[in-house]
Design a protein. Structure first.
Length: 128
C-alpha cells in the first residue's frame, strides 16, 4: 500500500462458513488482520509472501510476514476453497502458522492455513 491508500469493505455474498466446514484448525489463528503487502514467493511460483497487520494481542503480535505456498490451505469465509492467487491487498485474513515462527520483527513464518474473512477493496487517493 502507498501513503493515502485505504481499504473499504465491498459487498460480498454467500453464507459464512464455520471453521469446521472450511477444515481449518480448531485453535485460534496466530494473527488476524489486513493484507498490506503482497509479492510473489521466491521458491514457489504459485505462492505469495504477504504482510498481515492486525490488532495488538495476536499470538505473534500486531504484524507478521507470512509465506503462503502451494501446500498452504487457503479458503474463503463464504465457504469456497481458494488459492494463494486470490490473496489481495486489503483483504481481512486469519492465519495459522505451520512450524516455527522466526523471531524477527515482524515475526515471519510459513502458513498452514489462510482464511479470507472478508473482501475489501483498495482505494487510492488521487492527488490533484
Amino acid at each position: 500500500m502507498h501513503p493515502g491508500d485505504s481499504c473499504r469493505i465491498s459487498a460480498g455474498g454467500g453464507v459464512p462458513a464455520s471453521n469446521t466446514e472450511l477444515g481449518v484448525p480448531a485453535r485460534a489463528p496466530h494473527i488476524r488482520g489486513l493484507i498490506t503487502e503482497i509479492e510473489p514467493l521466491a521458491f514457489d511460483s504459485a505462492g505469495r509472501r504477504i504482510r498481515v497487520v492486525g490488532q495488538p494481542g495476536s499470538a505473534v503480535g500486531s504484524e507478521a510476514i507470512v509465506a503462503v505456498s502451494g501446500t498452504t490451505q487457503v479458503a474463503q469465509r463464504v465457504g469456497h476453497r481458494a488459492t494463494a492467487s486470490l490473496l489481495a491487498l486489503c483483504q481481512d485474513v486469519s492465519v495459522w502458522f505451520d512450524g516455527p515462527i522466526r523471531e524477527s520483527l515482524p515475526p515471519q513464518g510459513d502458513a498452514e492455513t489462510v482464511v479470507i474473512e472478508s473482501i475489501r477493496e483498495l482505494s487510492r487517493r488521487v492527488e490533484r
